[in-house]
Design a protein around this ligand. Structure first.
Ligand SMILES: NC(=O)C1=CN([C@@H]2O[C@H](COP(=O)(O)OP(=O)(O)OC[C@H]3O[C@@H](n4cnc5c(N)ncnc54)[C@H](OP(=O)(O)O)[C@@H]3O)[C@@H](O)[C@H]2O)C=CC1
Ligand SMILES: O=CC(=O)O
Length: 284
């Protein structure tokens, strides 16, 4: 079955390669078209525009940076809407519920089906097909996409109405961003107290706070290595969107608010394109 894929950044590239390696035919598009070349080497074909990809494929997946990118690819000239009649569109980007609903409404009005399906898990999870998929929207499209989701992820959830997947993903990332800041403080505290931060990783890993995030990011942070798996600018975007969701629901989020400030500060000092674990540098 031919699947369309829009957005070949860190995640989109890994996800579309995975689909190709599992026998799916994939037609790709990326705003910077030259990024499609590597995918062609893995067997993809290229669509010149989002509309051209949608026209060719039964359903199309998007993995784009933020709400404004998600809107642009759908609503701009040569965008998804122009060819969506009778087709499916699955947006796996991390965006807010309002943006997702706006896209869904427009697609439905043009005779298409829409599913939001943001993911939890970073670059290595995408490469290894170990993402957690948090879908909501058109149930039949979800079922149709399950063979692809089974390649991309280790677990898929269907939450119901469009917006609910986006909200769940933002709640997950509010926790992750807050954890990363607490972890950074712990590492600096141990270092400045003259202790071995590697020992902190071991102690944490043997206790109640053992978790995949500390296990994967701890060793690279100790090496001062911040190659972007999950770019810090996207983490800050997620904190901002999660705080807005908190505001809408009158939920005080003081911990997430402070974490957001730290990511903002990191961004303003030029760390936005590094991995989000580079937030520890704000504690230098
Ligand atoms: N990296 C991670 O660990 C994870 C990321 N996510 C989420 O997945 C999404 C993608 O993340 P990631 O791959 O890391 O991000 P990248 O920054 O690596 O890639 C972003 C993609 O969006 C495209 N893009 C940006 N602006 C526009 C625009 N205005 N119009 C069209 N395309 C645009 C980029 O195109 P171009 O190449 O031309 O710049 C690129 O393809 C984000 O929403 C992120 O929050 C979710 C889970 C994990
Ligand atoms: O959104 C990021 C992730 O690692 O999940």
């Amino acid at each position: 079955m031919e699947i369309g894929f829009l957005g070949l950044g860190i995640m989109g590239k890994a996800m579309s390669i995975n689909l190709l390696h599992h026998g799916f035919k994939v037609t790709v598009w990326n705003r910077t078209l030259s990024k499609c070349d590597e995918l062609v080497e893995h067997g993809a074909t290229v669509g010149e525009t989002p509309a051209a990809v949608v026209k060719k494929c039964k359903y199309t997946i998007a993995m784009l940076s933020d709400p404004s990118a998600a809107l642009s690819v759908v609503f701009d000239k040569d965008g998804v809407l122009e060819q969506i009649n009778g087709k499916g569109y699955i947006d796996m980007s991390t965006i807010d519920a309002q943006t997702s609903i706006k896209i869904s409404d427009a697609i439905k009005a043009k005779g298409g089906d829409f599913l939001e399906a943001p993911v939890s898990g970073g670059k290595t999870h995408a490469e290894d097909g170990q993402l957690v998929i948090i879908a909501a929207g058109h149930k039949a499209l979800y079922e149709e996409a399950l063979p692809a989701f089974d390649v991309l992820g280790k677990k898929s959830f269907f939450l119901g109405a469009v917006g609910d997947g986006a909200k769940m993903k933002l709640a997950v990332n509010a926790v992750m961003g807050s954890m990363m800041n607490a972890f950074s403080e712990g590492l600096r505290l141990v270092e400045r107290s003259g202790l071995n931060p590697g020992t902190l990783l071991d102690v944490l890993d043997h206790g109640a706070m053992s978790n995949g995030l500390f296990k994967s990011k701890g060793p690279t942070m100790l090496k001062n290595s911040y190659n972007p798996g999950f770019p810090l600018k996207h983490m800050q975007k997620d904190m901002r969107l999660a705080l807005a969701l908190g505001d809408e629901n009158a939920v005080p989020m003081p911990v997430a608010a402070v974490a957001n400030e730290a990511f903002e500060k990191a961004k303003s000092t030029g760390l936005g394109d590094l991995d989000f674990s580079a937030v520890i540098k704000t504690l230098n």
